[in-house]
Design a binder for this molecule. Sequence first.
Ligand code: ATP
Ligand code: MG
Length: 391
Amino acid sequence: MSFINRLLNPRPAAIGVEIGTSAIKVVALRAGSPPSLQHAVMIPTPIGSMRDGLVVEPQAVATELRNLLNEHRITTKYAVTAVPNQSAVTRNIMVPKMERKDLQEAIKWEAERYIPYPIDEVSLDFDVLDDPNTIPENGQMEVVIAAAPTEAVARQVEVLRLAGLEPTIVDLKSFAALRALRGNLLGEHLTKSTLTGTNYTEAGEVALVMEIGASSSVINLVRGDRVLMTRNINVSADDFTTALQKAFDLDFTAAEDVKLGYATATTPTEDEEDLLNFDASREQYSPARVFEVVRPVLGDLITEIRRSLEFYRVQSGDVVIDRTFLAGGGAKLRGLSAAISDALGFRVEVASPWLTVQTDQAGVDTGYLQTNAPEFTVPLGLALRGVTGRG
Ligand code: ATP
Ligand code: MG
């Protein structure tokens, strides 16, 4: 999948750059089998520079990105980036079996029915999911189409160019996340050193992957490397912050601090109460009070997950979820895996993106990588595309 794909041959190695609402993140890999991690770095996105996932202050964001690259002496010029989830649309559709060259035109016609933007103003891409050789003549084949307003793609390209980078591919965050989680999803444990103690889906199992970013969340249903469904969901990590902001009459930054310090997604245990209460703000932000504020947002999140699964069942039939993996900074909300697991009855865990790369290099702080694994899932997936070219 790529909206812009300069077919440079051989394609130069590219870094992965995610411009998120909360943070600008860069992952640099050295090509190899497996690729090895050189840098995983981030910097807060300037406040007010993004709206609905789109950069509205390109120069301010580009300056921060440039500073981040300079600070870490990242000199690679080429970059793979992604459009905001809010701008992206993907659909799995069935089309009659046909040659790839005929698909281009057919997809455009089909896309017109599914994509909520004027077709002349979108960048469109597709990928054939079925092996045409296995499909009988006159049969149907499944294709995933991806679209984003050309304006959103252009905005992303502009920011990177202002920062002195040359974008080679503009991807979707959801596809990047799945690429980064191949270790969890396909058992591709590329790194021997991380083999121990990690679970992954068995062949044929269906996994639900949910990436919860600051301003956007995406839910994917996958079987092996086949994407069954991708949908944006309307609850994201900022919603927890906004709820706290309103309840305690705080500004956004103060509410964010309360969330990081005190919020839990499950009823706080007495131990947690004791631990967190050991603090000057205990009266105001007792875990129990904070939980009461967070709870309705959590309820909305769970409803959204249920809705997405229902949508899939209506379209494609029943499905049993074997595993659920959470990614994105929102996955770090204390107790979130357990809360989703309790509500839906699935096994839920925070995903492990670093399985797909070699991380035991000198100079990479493994504690930092583990703590921030959820946030780095998308930029890692973009960087993997940049060194392997794999869609
Ligand atoms: P988007 O892709 O939606 O534009 P982003 O990529 O900038 O956003 P992430 O970096 O994935 O977002 O996640 C940031 C979000 O994760 C913020 O809302 C932040 O508050 C939340 N977050 C990070 N750590 C924690 C934590 N320990 N507990 C709760 N929430 C957390
Ligand atoms: Mg993000």
